[in-house]
Design a protein around this ligand. Structure first.
Ligand SMILES: C[S@@+](CC[C@H](N)C(=O)[O-])C[C@H]1O[C@@H](n2cnc3c(N)ncnc32)[C@H](O)[C@@H]1O
Length: 262
């Protein structure tokens, strides 16, 4: 497990900071949309790999069919504990189990899940090939794998600010770690049917503090010197002023649904 990933997600603090940007500016719910695309059936057996705090489940509690069996897995013990507590309160969930393990070595039997989901996590994997092989291994032959990653244009105007202060590309860093075309190709090697869906929103961001907190919640911003932090604050302020007090940026996510494992 890379040190920066275990440090980044030791608690849910950094994830909550980033979620604040989405909570403040989203015009619709990403989690509700993704759940609608999954089309879970009553009684399904689901593995949530890199489950984080379990917000997906909490926010979809009124949309879930009954009798679900959910296995939550994350490398962070605190994330698993938070998610388990959340799901334990949901009436649609018949059984929930928590697993502090890594995606590259899943502690589950072959062909044991109807759904395997990995939302916003594949870009953290140290060995994505191994993790995708594991997801395919635990999936039933008629099951579905659902993977969400950000599109390269995601929050572009926000990440352009990052590149003015740090030596990074002016794009969402997760899309450098896991380029969408590479993820699509890796899935195509393992599944005969891949459906790619696009979720798109436009954020009108007027609060400099929300942008600053987001950009300093993970590297390189989380390791910024005081001088770099000051530079980032003034860069954000200048951009807001130039753009009439509002930075408009797409929030764009790609959802892959993979079926027919090879
Ligand atoms: C950005 S969060 C996404 C959480 C959740 N899926 C969601 O959409 O809200 C990424 C999560 O993946 C977990 N993670 C990262 N690498 C992992 C790995 N190799 N194995 C298991 N979990 C991992 C992190 O601990 C973190 O909780």
């Amino acid at each position: 497990m890379p040190v920066d990933v275990s440090k980044q997600y030791k608690t849910s603090k950094n994830l909550r900071t980033r979620a604040n940007l989405h909570r403040t500016y989203a015009n619709k719910s990403w989690f509700n949309w993704a759940c609608g695309q999954a089309g879970f059936k009553a009684g399904s057996n689901i593995a949530d790999i890199g489950c984080g705090t379990g917000w997906f489940w909490d926010q979809n509690q009124n949309a879930l069919p009954s009798g679900l069996f959910v296995s939550l897995l994350d490398q962070s013990a605190q994330m698993v504990a938070e998610a388990q507590e959340t799901l334990g309160k949901l009436s649609a969930i018949t059984q929930v189990s928590g697993h502090v393990e890594i995606a590259e070595a899943l502690p589950f039997e072959d062909a044991s899940f109807d759904f395997v989901m990995a939302l916003h996590m594949v870009y953290h994997l140290s060995d994505p090939d191994k993790a995708l092989n594991e997801m395919r291994r635990i999936l039933r032959p008629d099951g579905k794998v659902m993977i969400a990653i950000n599109d390269s244009s995601n929050l572009k105007k926000v990440y352009e600010l990052n590149s003015q202060v740090f030596d990074v590309a002016p794009v969402d860093p997760s899309t450098v770690m896991a380029p969408p075309a590479k993820v699509a190709a890796m899935l195509a090697q393992r599944f005969d049917k891949i459906t790619q869906l696009i979720y798109e929103d436009v954020y009108a961001i007027e609060n400099a503090e929300v942008i600053f907190s987001t950009l300093t919640s993970y590297p390189p911003g989380s390791n910024a010197t005081e001088e770099q932090q000051a530079q980032l604050i003034s860069t954000i302020g200048e951009r807001l002023e130039q753009s009439g007090g509002i930075i408009r940026s797409p929030h764009k996510v790609l959802l892959f649904i993979a079926e027919n494992p090879r």
